[in-house]
Design a protein around this ligand. Structure first.
Ligand SMILES: [Ca+2]
Ligand SMILES: [Ca+2]
Length: 164
């Protein structure tokens, strides 16, 4: 039994040492997964949780630029807008935008002009990043029940990758 436990621990250490799981992108101590399925925000959040991840949280302009690059890569060749849920929301207090997993108020932001607008009072309480037809990349608030692609992240701004 002891040797089995040792093997499990050793396997986890190897995974952390080697970096991100297969199919995930690596940047600055975090791992990112770009989904090709569409779910509402709460479901997308749960799906990330199944992989011991959370919806991606952007703490810096560098991380924002990296996400723009991977979205561009995955969306290359599609003519429609690219829109992906991130882990930000103002569900409980209107205008109080937070990264839900780390429970931090937004410090860095990159909203489209006029956003967040809670358009026509439709309770746009969840955050997407979008690349629109004009190739511009920015953030927008959208109704949480909308079905969108999403990005999961393992790790946090401390740069540590936590497994389990
Ligand atoms: Ca992050
Ligand atoms: Ca909006």
């Amino acid at each position: 039994m002891v040797s089995v436990l040792w093997l499990v621990c050793a396997t986890l250490v190897v995974q952390v040492t080697l970096g991100c799981p297969n199919g995930w992108e690596t940047f600055d101590g975090s791992c990112y997964f770009v989904s090709d399925i569409r779910e509402d925000w709460p479901t997308a959040s749960s799906t990330c949780g199944l992989y011991h991840a959370h919806l991606a949280e952007i703490e810096s302009a560098r991380e924002d630029t990296f996400l723009k690059q991977i979205i561009s890569k995955y969306h290359d060749g599609h003519s429609n807008d690219a829109e992906y849920w991130l882990g930000g929301a103002d569900i409980f207090v209107e205008g109080d935008w937070r990264w839900v997993y780390s429970d931090q108020l937004f410090s860095y932001t990159n909203w489209y002009p006029g956003e967040p607008n809670s358009y026509h009072n439709q309770q746009e309480d969840c955050l997407i990043v979008a690349i629109r037809q004009n190739r511009e990349y920015r953030w927008d608030d959208r109704p949480c029940k909308e079905q969108n692609n999403f990005i999961c992240e393992i790790g946090d701004s401390s740069g540590a990758i936590v497994i389990g």
